[in-house]
Design a protein around this ligand. Structure first.
Ligand code: SF4
Length: 386
């Protein structure tokens, strides 16, 4: 067992504007961590899933993620030179694969706003896992550009997409994206993705009590039997700008009850380790899973934390490594990438960081009183992706 070197945390003030600190010696000196493909953190969770944010910009202003009053036109978005290039992203991805990553999800902001993203997808889709298999390469989008881009994304090597859709009612949808974007265009994007073969498509609906819970049943009826998997996400205290309150959270248990009353459901097992959604299948008259009718999922970070199996790391668009969606600190990889660090150095640095990981925010949140979220200023979801 290699003796673990004390980690040096690089404090971040405002990573989008402050000049990045030079990388700490601790990442590069001391005991080297070689790639083994079996990297576990301090809670024995393997590193399997990497989420890469390719832009901090978005063309929507969903109030639970990027409220308009904060993310206005004068907001200091990152200059292009600050973003990792596609070649830098691919280099980092190779290092994570050496540590056992099998799935890469491209996120944002809105990833389809990143110019020529197909080029990045081509580079990533050429990579192979340690077992020699293609990566599970997927992307989360608000669907606004999907109708135009679906075929090119598929041709570039993207396998699947997850589309955020918070309702079918046009007025509700427009008010939640807060830029008056019509739901019909996103539905057309979903159809185009289906036609292009970017499936099985997942549909993510954030449920905010008092805003869109009346859309739950219409959404379930719409996607039942479509071959797509609809997931209901509990409204979360991500970042520090969405004004989160517990009384606006509709627990997933109530979502299941609501649907089950009309469309009977039964629990299904997890389909992969570390899966965030709890799966529920539509039942047939005999009470068995009606595979043709499909399934739904619930992602219950607030009421049923799943930190115990969390195998996800997140890379911000400018190369900051975050170990939790609710983290308030990142690790500066870009200075290593743009400095003298070799791939072996990068592998060792990331090894140290992951091995020292203790994050389990959602589990800890449960212990907190009332509806106020805790602590330090958390990183914005629009910056590291959901
Ligand atoms: S709260 Fe953090 S540690 Fe827990 S599941 Fe979410 S990302 Fe993972």
């Amino acid at each position: 067992m290699t003796e673990r070197q004390p980690l040096r945390v690089v404090p971040l003030i405002d990573q989008r504007t402050a000049p990045l600190p030079t990388p700490g010696a601790a990442f590069l000196s001391g005991t080297r961590i070689a790639a083994s493909g079996l990297l576990h953190d301090s809670l024995n969770r393997p590193l399997r899933d990497l989420r890469i944010s390719v832009t901090d910009r978005c063309n929507f202003r969903c109030n639970y993620c990027m409220p308009k009053e904060i993310f206005g036109k004068d907001y200091p978005y990152l200059p292009h030179a600050a973003l990792l290039s596609f070649e830098e992203i691919t280099r980092v991805a190779k290092v994570f694969i050496a540590h056992g990553v099998q799935k890469i999800r491209l996120t944002g902001g809105e990833p389809l706003l990143r110019k020529n993203i197909e080029r990045l997808i081509e580079q990533l889709s050429a990579l192979r896992t340690l077992e020699g298999r293609p990566l599970d390469l997927t992307l989360t989008t608000n669907g606004s550009l999907l109708a135009r881009k679906a075929r090119d994304l598929k041709a570039a090597g993207l396998q699947r997409v997850t589309v955020s859709l918070d309702g079918l009612d046009d007025a509700v949808f427009r008010s939640m994206n807060d830029v008056d974007f019509p739901v019909a265009d996103v539905l057309a994007g979903i159809d185009a993705a289906q036609d292009a073969g970017l499936g099985p498509i997942k549909i993510n609906m954030v449920v905010k009590r008092g805003t869109n819970e009346h859309e739950i049943l219409p959404m379930a009826r719409r996607f039942k039997g479509s071959g797509m998997v609809l997931r209901f996400i509990e409204y979360m205290d991500v970042g520090a700008t969405n004004g989160w309150r517990m009384n606006e959270v509709l627990p997933s248990s109530q979502v299941i009850q609501l649907i089950d009353a009309e469309l009977p459901l039964l629990p299904l097992g997890a389909s992969s380790p570390g899966e965030t959604a709890a799966r529920w299948g539509y039942a047939n008259a005999a009470g068995q899973h009606d595979v043709a009718a499909g399934e739904i999922g619930v992602i219950s970070s607030v009421t049923q934390a799943f930190c115990g199996s969390c195998n996800r790391a997140r890379l911000s668009t400018e190369g900051q490594l975050y170990l939790c969606l609710f983290a308030s600190r990142g690790y500066d990889l870009r200075s290593l990438i743009r400095g003298q660090a070799s791939d072996t150095d990068l592998i060792s640095a990331i090894g140290h960081i992951w091995q020292g990981r203790t994050d389990r925010y959602s589990e800890l949140r449960r212990a907190l009183p009332g509806d106020t979220a805790t602590g330090a200023k958390r990183v914005e979801m629009s910056y590291i992706g959901g």
